[in-house]
Design a protein around this ligand. Structure first.
Ligand code: NAD
Ligand code: IPM
Ligand code: MN
Length: 353
């Protein structure tokens, strides 16, 4: 039995996690065995309205002993400022040392690519995002706040230790795929942090001579991912660059609504966290049209992390079946089906195995 903390969060996070959990329950049913022990935490903007807090003070302690955390999405910008409502997410990643963020961008069969002429097989990229420091280090402050001459300072913190461990992880990941690695940089302008990224990359690459590795400035890389996505395999990037490139990866693979992610503590000292790449999507929340596939595939990544490889493949195949069949697709990928219909379709494919 694996203990799973469910953190649905806000907006469509609640809607898509609900479907993804039902999919996990279908996996249990088809296996004829209870595999998961779920505990749900209804934290987020609803709790904020009631109590003025997004999460209980000891929320990290409450989560600490779970095997994994399965999250929907956070954010309710109409009611809580984003830099407050998203604190728990960034805090979990940093406190639980989930320094590897895996964000696969793969064009699946049956999905229309927004880039002309690209087909299934043309896009299979793994964005690996440094998830514990960099631009997201909470270092900075303000002066003369609210005045005309207000000053704000926001400092990035890049450590050789932090850069080296993510670049090594990325080299290893590339070795298990197509032996190609691209490091996102911006050392032409960011003369300290990104120069350290470049130098660390040059040191580490010596240990992986069989990997075809290169660096690319992140602006050019964004362009190249649009014009030549087929040339890329593993892309490793700092926290902020990885954030931006993974939304791009999601949409060129059909829709952000299908992009999964895993926030991993490779040493397994703390729980790892699984969530879709997308946010709470206030523009479609409550309408029942959110694509649940990103959350469902994040669930598949979680199964793989837990060692349930066959079960993960079962879910991935059910998703592919749904996409190829094409009758139960949400509007973001050209269909008109509701979130619940897509979830039900994927569950029925699992149960039919
Ligand atoms: P978003 O990812 O929520 O939405 C961007 C666009 O993609 C919207 O047009 C939305 O409708 C669409 N979209 C996203 N997920 C979809 C899905 N599953 N199906 C169909 N369409 C989908 O990004 P945003 O609008 O910039 O942010 C909204 C809120 O979410 C903000 O509060 C933001 O801070 C937060 N956010 C949270 C997370 C997270 O919890 N991991 C990630 C990103 C943004
Ligand atoms: C993501 C999100 C978060 C991030 C935000 C909401 C803090 O965009 O998970 O990609 O920037 O990491
Ligand atoms: Mn993001």
């Amino acid at each position: 039995m694996y203990s799973i903390a469910l953190y649905p969060g806000d907006g469509i996070g609640i809607e898509v996690l609900d479907e993804a959990v039902s999919v996990l329950k279908a996996v249990e049913e088809v296996r004829g065995q209870k595999l998961f022990d779920f505990t749900q935490f209804d934290w987020g903007s609803v709790l904020w309205k009631r109590t003025g807090r997004l999460v209980p003070e000891n929320y990290l302690d409450k989560l600490r002993d779970f095997d994994v955390v399965f999250l929907g999405a956070l954010g309710d910008p109409a009611n809580v400022p984003d830099h407050i409502s998203l604190v728990p997410l960034i805090e979990m990643r940093q406190s639980f040392d989930q320094y590897v963020c895996l964000r696969p961008a793969k064009l699946l069969p049956g999905v229309r690519c927004p880039l002309a002429g690209k087909e299934c097989g043309d896009i299979d990229i793994l964005v690996i995002r440094e998830n514990s420091e960099g631009e997201y280090a909470d270092v900075g402050g303000g002066l003369k706040v609210g005045w005309e001459d207000e000053i704000s300072i926001q400092t990035a913190v890049h450590t050789r230790h932090g850069i080296e461990r993510i670049i090594r992880y990325a080299f290893t990941a590339a070795g298990l795929r197509r032996d190609k690695l691209t490091v996102a940089t911006k050392s032409n302008a960011l003369k300290y942090g990104m120069v350290l990224w470049d130098a660390t990359f040059e040191d580490v690459r010596k240990d992986y001579p069989h990997i075809k590795a290169d660096k690319c400035h992140v602006d050019a890389l964004a362009m190249n991912l649009v014009r030549w996505p087929e040339r890329y395999d593993v892309v490793v990037a700092s926290n902020l660059f990885g954030d931006i490139l993974s939304d791009l990866g999601g949409v060129i693979s059909g829709s952000l609504g299908m992009a999964p992610s895993a926030n991993i503590n490779p040493e397994r000292r703390y729980p790892s966290l699984f969530e879709p790449v997308h946010g709470s999507a206030p523009d479609i929340a409550g309408k029942g049209v959110a694509n649940p596939i990103a959350a469902i595939r994040s669930g598949a990544m979680m199964l793989e992390f837990l060692g349930l490889q066959e079960e993960a493949t079962l879910v991935e195949n059910a998703v592919k079946g749904c996409l190829v069949d094409g009758r139960a697709l949400t509007p973001d990928i050209g269909g008109s089906a509701a979130t619940s219909i897509v979830g039900a379709d994927i569950r029925s494919r699992i149960l039919a195995q």
